[in-house]
Design a protein around this ligand. Structure first.
Ligand code: FDA
Length: 454
């Protein structure tokens, strides 16, 4: 078995949005690149696929108005966007299983609970306003807020269980996809700060605003097409040999020699690569404190978007339902209707202990609680399960355990010799989102160009 030797200025590990953006920017700066991708496709957590004749967004899909890095890239690539369907009423289900239709952002709860929710949102907005998302560890109360779980913090703020459950939902089930006892309040604030404010997270019309016609994977696919033969598929980086003078990255078939390497993979996968010499103590320790959240994204396609005739938008929330949120996910120009639901963290663990048929029944039953009996009989049903993807290992992204962000956060993106780390999971603004991936890719490229210029 012979190994081909390739020489480039920069080698990039990972052909997700981050790695492909970095490669594109480095090329623009006149440097040569090679992108090594373990999978037989580009895009990583962006994957638009045809499942039984339905186009589904298996991974990331939504674009929000503040995500200007992603929006710029979408425009540069000549892609078109369309708005998520949101006409009509949303649905909320409370702890007793009562279903209420409503309009606006605040869930239809009692006046007392609403007051508590508004107060919590206000307090969180104030805390978030004191945070630079690129430097969350510099928050005036960083150490203290990183010691307390978000769940415990909410318990200290209010006795109102329903208010706590709902506010928790926006960060825990819906974003970090970990139980609220498993991450700190500082980590929760970063999630909100990365989207501008806590109020933005609560506003589905903001967070889940637009989609790309043809699917968001068009972004990495077009970036890779422009890079042509410099993207190598099926090439898992096994070893990174590094000296101050440069790096050699080994796959099973290739030996790539370069001046710098960008490791553009989720941080939970760093240990899949052998570093020679090993990474320094700080990185060895720090990387163990980051872990992936877990969520099942559920796709149910129907002959028609039947909920619309019923005056429903397809938007639904309940911290008490298996699918804690749902949206109209109908494709652009498609006569069929698609609902997307989400089953998060411990609820996802739970449904993976039962048979596939039982899991499908339970999830569709949950959707029927929001949208009625018709939700029980989709023509296409599919569960995105990133927990079984060895080159991702969870969804949506990685976050720190309690205390990790204040302790290690400032070193997360610090290069080690010729090794640069880049990923949406390391981003400030756009954290855990494609926008953050693009920001990180741009930033790593700019840092390398500046360094090589010196
Ligand atoms: P990403 O993980 O995409 O790319 C890393 C690449 O490295 C992968 O292609 C992987 O195969 C490769 N790799 C790993 N190890 C390797 C090795 N040793 N050698 C070579 N290659 C290796 N975001 C958003 O903005 N809006 C949304 O609606 C959603 N929704 C959403 C839903 C679901 C189900 C998921 C899983 C994720 C989202 N996201 C999202 C998050 C978004 O998809 C994510 O933040 C970015 O796509 C991550 O891009 P990166 O390039 O940083 O990592």
């Amino acid at each position: 078995h012979s190994v081909s030797i390739i020489e480039r200025d920069i080698v990039i590990i990972g052909a997700g949005a981050t790695g492909l953006t970095a490669a594109t920017e480095l090329r623009k700066a006149g440097l040569t690149v090679a992108v090594l991708e373990a999978r037989d496709r580009v895009g990583g957590r962006l994957h638009t696929d045809d499942i039984e004749g339905a186009m589904l967004e298996i991974g990331g899909q939504w674009v929000s108005p503040d995500q200007d890095a992603l929006k710029e890239t979408i425009a540069e690539l000549g892609l078109e966007t369309f708005a998520r369907y949101r006409e009509g009423e949303s649905v909320y289900i409370n702890a007793s299983g009562e279903r209420t239709r409503f309009e606006g952002e605040i869930f239809p709860v009692s006046a007392d609970t609403e007051r508590e929710m508004v107060a919590l949102i206000g307090t969180l907005d104030e805390l978030v306003a004191q945070m630079d998302p690129d430097r969350p560890w510099a928050h005036p109360r960083a150490v203290e807020l990183d010691q307390i779980s978000f769940r415990r913090w909410l318990e200290q703020e209010t006795d109102d269980q329903e208010a706590r459950d709902n506010i928790s939902l926006f960060i825990a089930g819906a974003m970090l996809t970990k139980p609220a006892h498993a991450f700190s309040t500082l980590q929760a604030l970063l999630m909100a700060a990365s989207a501008g404010s806590f109020s933005n997270l609560v506003d589905a019309d903001f967070i889940l605003d637009e989609r790309v016609v043809g699917g968001l994977q068009r972004v990495p696919i077009l970036l890779a097409e422009n890079l042509g033969g410099d993207v190598f598929l099926g090439q898992a980086a096994r070893t990174v040999r590094w000296r101050d003078a440069g790096v050699t990255v080994l796959t099973d078939d290739l030996e790539v020699r370069a001046r710098r390497v960008i490791v553009a993979v989720p941080p939970v996968l760093y240990t899949r690569i052998s570093f020679d010499p090993p990474l320094p103590r700080r990185q060895q320790m720090m990387h163990q404190h980051l872990s992936m959240g877990f969520v099942i994204k559920v796709h149910a396609v129907y002959e028609t978007p039947f909920w619309r005739e019923d005056g429903l938008s397809g938007t639904a929330f309940s911290p008490y339902e298996l699918s804690h949120e749902a949206y109209d996910n109908t494709n652009f120009g498609d006569p069929r209707g698609t609902l997307v639901g989400f089953v998060s963290d411990e609820a996802a663990d739970g449904v993976f202990t039962v048979s596939a048929e039982e899991r499908k029944q339970r999830i569709l039953t949950s959707l029927s609680h929001y949208f009625g009996e018709k939700a029980l009989t989709p023509v296409v049903y599919y569960e995105s399960d990133w927990g079984t993807e060895e080159w991702t290992r969870g969804a949506y992204a990685a976050s720190f355990d309690l205390g990790g962000l204040a302790r290690f956060g400032a070193d997360l993106r610090t290069p080690v010799g010729p090794i640069f780390f880049s990923c949406s999971d390391l981003a400030g603004k756009g954290y855990q989102h494609v926008d953050g991936a693009i920001r990180m890719g741009r930033q790593s490229a700019a840092e390398i160009v500046a360094e090589l210029d010196r």
